[in-house]
Design a protein around this ligand. Sequence first.
Ligand SMILES: Cc1cc2nc3c(=O)[nH]c(=O)nc-3n(C[C@H](O)[C@H](O)[C@H](O)COP(=O)(O)OP(=O)(O)OC[C@H]3O[C@@H](n4cnc5c(N)ncnc54)[C@H](O)[C@@H]3O)c2cc1C
Length: 462
Amino acid sequence: MRNTPGVEKCLSELAALLGHAGYRDGEGDLIRHSRDASTAQACLPIAVLRPKTAEDVSAIMRICRQADLPVVPQGGLTGLSGGAVPVPDSVALSLERMNGVIEVDTINSSLTAWAGTPLETIQAAARSAGFDYPVDIGSRGTATIGGTVATNAGGIRVIRHGMTRQHLLGMEVVLADGTIITNLRSMLKDNAGFDLKHLFVGSEGCLGIITRVVLRLSPMPNDRHTALLALPDYDAALACLASARRTFQGDLTAFEAMWPAYWKLACKMVVTSRPLFSDEHQIYVLLEITGYERGHFETWLEDCFATGLVTDGVLAKSGGDAIAMWSIREAVGDVDREIGAHLNFDIGLAPSELADFARECDRELGEFVTQDILHLGHVADGNLHVIVPVPADDERRKLEIERRLFDLLAARGGSVSAEHGVGSLKRPWIGKTRSPEELELMRLLKRTLDPTDIFNPGKVIP
Ligand SMILES: Cc1cc2nc3c(=O)[nH]c(=O)nc-3n(C[C@H](O)[C@H](O)[C@H](O)COP(=O)(O)OP(=O)(O)OC[C@H]3O[C@@H](n4cnc5c(N)ncnc54)[C@H](O)[C@@H]3O)c2cc1C
């Protein structure tokens, strides 16, 4: 443990500062905060800190810094890269009590919230004021808005609305020395010097602790149409995507592809009254359009059938149908549990290359797996999720799978993380994506903002 004699004193000061509700070191709390939703190995923190205000967070940082005690920020613990998993001899700083929408500003179309507010609460508050917060991910019920900012979360509507970064107007953040930087204005345009908030977007808890955010709200979408399509091959999916873009332009809001091995398992998990398609197909696409009349959408779909782009398809007739369709795409968590131990990849590559890359993975990794490799993703954004079943205790095999997959990816100039972030799991591989000069600049920023490496050590930067 770093600076052990000081740590006991530091823990007593933290307990006195935060009281019983804010300082937890019981076994149940430590276990609950020992892991995220990724495959990273759990690690118990020494204590769980649950501040209520930015001033609490500031005081925590001053105390921890004196004892050189690492602080691991935690939101909803839904991360898939090990970013929020405590490191040995660290404290977990959970934002769970900094929870709630502070204001919805209907004139300036913005919403201010505490960082620990679940994404779903933000979406509901926006909706009840007549707006939309369009960043949406399967973990919306548990992921926090601060976590989505810290990971620059993407999700299912990036094709239309962009990543979390595009929706951030203001931020409050606490630095390693306890300084509170508050910029909670709702201005869309502000070129007065560096746009500092963007330093912390996607910083995965390594540069500061986000305590409050101001978000830009969008108009409420109308006429949302959802369809599940079965296509003859991936080329047809790309042609279908191009056609949907030409026809609906910015109103294509989702284009999610699922390969057959994932499709079969997901349909097994999601109980439907009857099979959606009688035959097996090469690729399945969940597509969503907003802002067009249904007749227009149906005509476009008929053209797709006529030209052979689409082999079979189901159009949602109600909101309930659409939810049922999305549940197949969002069954990924259940599928992960069903297949047991696995490695989860979240790669970025040009959409036109994803199918070839998926085939290469099947070929190159086949000898290591006893079950099918699963592929699915936000393909219009060039983002493929690859789930590779692998025995939990076979570290050598896991390493070899990672090495081969990332070598294939590097040969194509792809990214080791399209949206889940680097955390601890992809940290050894970030050099496959980022140049030595980029990594050195990241180190320089880290050293400048966090000279003693107190925030989330061992994450992101190798
Ligand atoms: C079923 C499922 C579906 C998912 N779908 C998607 C998807 O479509 N797109 C996508 O991008 N992700 C997805 N994810 C991953 C995950 O939900 C996101 O990464 C999410 O943004 C994490 O939020 P969280 O609050 O759970 O953060 P955590 O997991 O708690 O933390 C994530 C990282 O952010 C840091 N952090 C958290 N809060 C703060 C804060 N306030 N200040 C500073 N640092 C902080 C942590 O230290 C850690 O490095 C999915 C996960 C699951 C389980």
